[in-house]
Design a protein around this ligand. Structure first.
Ligand SMILES: Cc1ncc(COP(=O)(O)O)c(C=O)c1O
Length: 454
């Protein structure tokens, strides 16, 4: 039976016993949207769910069935903490596609998605108060892990070519001056989540030179690297340095996120600690799903399947960019991804994606407000749009609705500017006697205004 969580901490009899690290834990901006985006009338540009129905489901189904009926003694049994050796070999073949040709299966630890890899790496390296450098914005799931470890995140700005090396160096100098212990740089170099941008080749060089000069450890998180639309995979940072880079990989975007299979590639001494940490956490990664991935790689045309995914995502990216170009009001800007799942959109000056969200939901379109992708409260003027899941027609409709919400918001903004020279948020809106300001959930009085947007 489902018991709703107590709304007030005093009603929770265990309220004073929780560990300090739980105090900052909160549902991510994405999870908070789950109930909304699953409503059929809502076009969701929010979740980053891969298009798994594009897989050969019957073939995958029979493959998994055979793994149980024919090999149940292994596939339904506990396995090694480091992960199945056959799968670790195949993982090395996959990484070779990104120029990592020297990896040995003994340096690979299989994880429950790269999310567990992130958690393990953070556990192994970070004490409370340690500083982690991360792109601004950053993957929300990584921020959650860092926060749970009570690490402090310092964001390093990025632009259309990814992380800015000069800003990285500047931040390192500032940390050094402040006496902060920087444990590592966390970076998503390819088709960044949420920014959609890719670290350029010269910048890869520059980032690794800085890492060398400042003795910086780099965590390269690369779930999207094989999902480029127009080119061969970029050479991984790990391909340039096998001591200074720990690489996180995943089958979530190239095969299936539901199987929860990812990995960490790390130097042997680190690998040793990662295996101890994973054994303490889960004993071993699930056997069945590891065998499923290994068998899939052995028997199915997985490279062709990735090409098929790429075609599908390219079409959806095109639908997104074309509709944004055609429909967005002046002053709105966005990134132009050449792979992966995401567009990072900046609203016209003065608008706030978090405040606008209830109006967007009323207009039956969902996105993720940018604020969730920063550890420091920045990002209010940004939002993440995911094009991986909806069909192109839905995407066009979603962008059309979103454009109208932004236009209405701009109208509202200029109206307020005319009646009051104070800041937008300080003004109490025309909602009438409810007294709810524009920050509140859209109430009956002002919801009429958006009714035609659906
Ligand atoms: C940058 C990044 N890292 C890690 C993950 C987690 O993926 P996995 O399903 O492998 O745990 C995601 C998922 O969206 C991601 O975007």
């Amino acid at each position: 039976m489902h018991h709703p969580a107590p709304r007030h901490p005093r009603l929770d009899p265990l309220a004073d016993r929780y560990a300090a690290r739980t105090h900052g834990m909160k549902a991510s901006e994405i999870r908070a949207l789950f109930s909304v985006v699953s409503r059929p009338e809502v076009v969701s540009l929010a979740g980053g769910m891969p298009a798994v129905t594009a897989l050969p489901l019957d073939a995958v189904g029979s493959m998994i069935g055979e793994l149980v009926s024919g090999m149940g003694a292994q596939t339904l049994q506990y396995g090694s903490g480091q992960g199945d050796p056959r799968l670790r070999e195949r993982i090395c073949d996959v990484m070779a596609l990104e120029g990592i040709t020297d990896a040995s299966p003994s340096e690979v630890v299989v994880t429950v998605g790269s999310q567990q890899g992130l958690d393990l790496v953070t556990r192994v390296f970070c004490d409370p108060g340690d500083v982690i450098l991360a792109e601004g914005p950053s993957y929300v799931g990584a921020l959650g892990v860092f926060q749970a470890a009570e690490a402090r995140v310092r964001h390093v700005p990025m632009d259309d070519d990814g992380l800015i090396p000069e800003a990285l160096e500047q931040t390192l100098l500032e940390c050094r001056a402040a006496g902060d212990r920087v444990k590592f740089l966390y970076t998503v170099p390819n088709y960044h989540n949420p920014a959609g941008v890719t670290l350029s080749e010269p910048r890869r060089q520059a980032v690794m030179e800085i890492a060398d000069r400042y003795d910086l450890l780099v965590i390269e998180d690369n779930p999207y690297g094989l999902l480029g639309f127009d080119r061969e995979p970029m050479r991984a940072l790990r391909a340039r340095d096998d001591r200074r880079v720990i690489y996180l990989g995943s089958f979530s975007k190239t095969f299936s996120p539901g199987l929860r299979v990812g990995w960490v590639l790390a130097p042997l001494a680190v690998r040793e600690k990662l295996v101890l940490a994973t054994e303490a956490q889960v004993l071993c990664p699930p056997s069945l799903t590891q065998y499923a991935v290994a068998r899939y790689l052995d028997t199915q045309p997985w490279r062709e399947q990735i090409k098929h995914f790429v075609e599908l995502y390219r079409e959806r990216r095109d639908a997104t960019l074309e509709s944004l170009e055609a429909l967005m009001p002046a002053g709105t800007t966005w990134t132009r991804p050449d792979g992966g799942f995401y567009v990072w959109l900046k609203l016209p000056s003065g608008l706030d994606a978090k405040l606008m969200q209830p109006r967007a939901v009323n207009a039956h379109v969902a996105y993720v407000p940018g604020i969730g992708f920063y550890a420091d409260g920045a990002g209010r003027e940004y939002m993440r749009l995911s094009y991986c899941y909806p069909e192109p027609d839905q995407i066009r409709e979603g962008v059309r609705r979103l454009a109208r919400v932004i236009e209405a918001e701009l109208d509202l903004h200029s109206t307020f500017d005319r009646v009051d020279t104070g800041t937008f948020r300080a003004v109490s809106g025309p909602q009438g006697p409810s007294g709810r300001g524009v920050e509140g959930i859209v109430g009956p009085a002002n919801s009429d205004r958006y009714e035609d947007l659906g």
